[in-house]
Write a protein that binds this ligand. Structure first.
Ligand SMILES: NC(=O)c1ccc[n+]([C@@H]2O[C@H](COP(=O)([O-])OP(=O)(O)OC[C@H]3O[C@@H](n4cnc5c(N)ncnc54)[C@H](OP(=O)(O)O)[C@@H]3O)[C@@H](O)[C@H]2O)c1
Length: 282
């Protein structure tokens, strides 16, 4: 049974393991020309995750994967799934953002997204203008909540103070056993402020799904795979949701099995020591 937990201040219960739908730059380069390689397997992967109880899906206008989510969602209840997407950094002026969300909604075949995120900060656009447009999207009911991605702590604070009617619900950041520097600033800030953390590259972009001697003992003690241990380590943090890539059903089903159980405190400490926040120079 997958574990759901409260997604920041949204009040929504969302599974701690989600599905990411970024399929890398070479795939996107081809998708831009209208050729969607392996589309049916990707749709099957997302559908398999939904069948196994995952209720969180992450996309972005830049990923060319929003239509896959629409296809996997057909015949399912919209209100049972938390769909997040993102606006690209060249659409952060007010009118561009409004139009970008409308296009995303059309591709997702839904009247609203549960979370609309700014994919990357863009210092060339006043943050007040962008956050104003984001608030407006919430007020119009097109976005249930808003988030930021790849923002530094300073940029998050600036974005927060540019808001007056809505709060930032989530921060999406690179976070995994092999990338822990966010524990120095963004993670404590999110914990203190009730902001959900969406951990991207939760498997270190695949590194942690392979056998690693540093994971062996914990995997053996828990009878779990390296990917499952790496994901459970992340989601043992109360504010963290992990979004491993959903591109083949077998991997999605394995990753869903990272939830519904807990690493012991001793296991977590062992992993914390084996994968230090600041890795020694190589
Ligand atoms: N906000 C941002 O700027 C940003 C940046 C990057 C990513 N993201 C988000 O984060 C998500 C995850 O990132 P990612 O896909 O690049 O990295 P990832 O999930 O850390 O790693 C994906 C790699 O791990 C493999 N994998 C997944 N589960 C596995 C399993 N159980 N066993 C063996 N291999 C497994 C995948 O292989 P297969 O493909 O063969 O399954 C793929 O090669 C993205 O899809 C996207 O939603 C956001």
């Amino acid at each position: 049974m997958m574990q759901a937990k409260r997604f920041g201040k949204t009040g929504r219960a969302v599974t701690e393991i989600g599905m990411g739908t970024y399929y890398d730059k070479p795939w996107i380069r081809i998708a831009k020309h209208g050729v969607s390689l392996g589309a049916s397997t990707k749709v099957k992967a997302i559908a398999a995750g939904l069948d196994h109880g995952i209720t969180l899906i992450d996309s972005a206008e830049a990923y060319f994967s929003e239509p896959f989510i629409a296809r996997a969602m057909r015949g399912r209840r919209r209100d049972e799934v938390f769909i997040a997407t993102k606006v690209w950094l060249d659409h952060l002026h007010h009118d561009d953002l409004v139009a970008a969300l409308d296009r995303s909604l059309r591709r997702l075949e839904t009247p609203y997204v549960d979370l609309y995120q700014i994919h990357f900060p863009n210092p060339a656009v006043p943050i007040r203008e962008t956050m104003g447009a984001m608030e407006e999207m919430v007020e119009k009911g097109k976005a249930r909540a808003i988030g930021v991605s790849n923002f530094s702590l300073e940029q998050m604070k600036e974005a927060s103070s540019a808001l007056s009617r809505v709060e930032i619900a989530a921060a999406q950041i690179n976070y995994s056993l092999v990338h822990r520097k966010v524990e120095k600033d963004i993670i404590p800030y999110c914990r203190e402020n009730g902001i959900a953390v969406l951990a991207y590259y939760p498997l270190g972009h695949g590194l942690l799904a392979a056998r690693d001697a540093r994971l062996d003992a914990v995997c053996a003690r828990n009878s779990k795979s390296p990917a499952q241990v790496a994901l459970n380590w992340l989601t043992s943090r109360p504010e963290v949701f992990a979004i491993p890539r959903a591109s083949r059903p077998s991997h999605v089903i394995e990753d869903a099995g990272a939830s519904g159980w807990r690493l012991s405190e001793a296991d977590i400490q062992e992993l914390d020591r084996a994968f230090p926040v600041t890795p020694p120079p190589t």
